[in-house]
Design a binder for this molecule. Sequence first.
Ligand SMILES: Cc1cc2nc3c(=O)[nH]c(=O)nc-3n(C[C@H](O)[C@H](O)[C@H](O)COP(=O)(O)OP(=O)(O)OC[C@H]3O[C@@H](n4cnc5c(N)ncnc54)[C@H](O)[C@@H]3O)c2cc1C
Length: 563
Amino acid sequence: MTALGEWSARTRAYNLTRLEQETYDVLVIGGGITGAGVAREAALRGLRVALVERRDFAQGTSSRSSKLIHGGLRYLPQGDVGLVREAATERKVLRRLAPHLARPIQMLVPVYSRTGYLTIRAGLFTYDHLAGVSKEERNRMLSREETLALEPWLKEEKLYGAGLYYEYLTDDARLVLDTLKAAAALGAVITNYTPVVRLHLENNRIAGAWIADAMAEGEVLVRAHSIVNAAGPWVDEVRALQGGTESRRLHLTKGIHLILLHQRLPVGRCVVMSAADKRSVFAIPHGDLVYLGTTDTDYTGPYDDPPITLDDAEYLLEAANRAFRVEPLRVDDVVGAWAGLRPLLHEEGRKPSEISRKDEIMIGPTGLISVAGGKLTTYRRMAQRILRLVLERLAEQGFRVPEPIGDSATTPLSGGDFDGNVESLVGSLQTKWQGIRPELLQRLVSLYGTNADWIAGAIIADPILAEETPDGCGLTRAEVLYNVRQEMALTLQDVLERRTRLFLWDRQNGLGAAPTVAEWLAGWLDWSPARTSQELAAYRAHVAEVKTFRPSVATTEGMAAHA
Ligand SMILES: Cc1cc2nc3c(=O)[nH]c(=O)nc-3n(C[C@H](O)[C@H](O)[C@H](O)COP(=O)(O)OP(=O)(O)OC[C@H]3O[C@@H](n4cnc5c(N)ncnc54)[C@H](O)[C@@H]3O)c2cc1C
């Protein structure tokens, strides 16, 4: 539990004062999964930790991934056994730390020739052994008939059979939030909407950073013995704040996803398809929706909310239309979308999809530790590698390193303190909080894990908090109150996009709920009528923008990278 018993706008104000007054062992720049992982790891190591995020937590790449916790199968063709083992191990660790955010999902890879079938069979067999896959999750090879029985909408022409194996599905933004909340509970001082605007050097060594308060005015100097730059696509920008002539290291590639109604593409599990350029893309069912992903193209446009072009959208729709015998999917069928940037390390002469996804840590001339690349899947291991460097820097400066207070492989994330059986957690909450609809509890547990207890308890304690938005999406006042009091939500978009996830998983992108939620937020966050209207207008514009697919501009984006 944090100092105020909450993690809210009030906590943020209190934390800003602390940031000004205290000196930290480590200051983390960036509240995506990389920064969140480092903050938690450092807090478990007993260090004094601060983390500052420029906009909202996970607003960068970490809310825009494919949401898969990969077991490492994809690294097999490159022969990188170490990476396969690391990803497979981390997948199991994550399932232990946050079972609500690591749900197994079947992956079906249709094959169209005997050679393809034998290749996939050999790959899956090797993978199961290398990765130590549990008995229940071992792969299976399917005949053509078995494949069609599972996915009857697949085109039959030339279909030979399929490989079936398991990956885990997560909720990327919620993974970041639950990691940050765990770090905060261990004492990390965390703020959103606080961009680092300058670095503070003493004798040419990094000694702190100036942050601005994007919600008010003024700047604060945060002093720290070591600084980790986990700014994702913005890593080079933060590196440049050191001064000097450090070259750009990042190569950004864009990946988009499209959301459609499940009835338009009724897949039962994740189905892998081949795009026009032979890259693998996929369709993943999610409630009454299904999402398609992803692209991998060079990118040089704005980093905030990268736009989706018509070519991007058509690339994915074409792949689905080639694989399935459904009424042809068109751009008009898209009900939602998102685009993210991969902060990869530049490798001369390589195409986007050929660049390594491995993380790399760079130490700048001032001692700034920057990290690029990496995956959601292996974020904890990346954090451990970074922390080793932080500890070295502290030792060099003569600081005593305290005893660790916990192990990141066994200490659950916020909401993850249960035995992994989601159904039995729902059942026990149903018994404890009688009168709450089972579907509501199911939804709450899948988003918040054991923190669903807070929300259910609030509904029972105060029936006003049972009020739901009028659009029928099942969002209660209590849940939004939880976002505000315990998850530091400060804007309408924070609530609808990254906490309740209605932006993605509601057919109306949360627009039906938005006016009511804005009214509730206005009461709790003390918004004027003008601010409330502004929040609503900004949210509506954001939803409209993400679904406006403009023709590509050849000068800013190398669409040839699709090929
Ligand atoms: C399309 C796509 C699909 C992917 N799919 C998967 C997948 O299925 N599985 C998987 O494991 N990985 C996947 N990844 C990779 C994974 O999403 C990323 O590696 C990861 O999210 C990067 O996290 P990050 O914290 O480094 O960056 P970010 O999430 O971008 O976080 C960096 C943060 O730093 C903040 N920041 C920037 N500048 C400043 C500043 N000056 N002051 C303070 N804060 C600042 C930003 O606002 C941002 O929130 C995917 C990536 C993409 C793009």
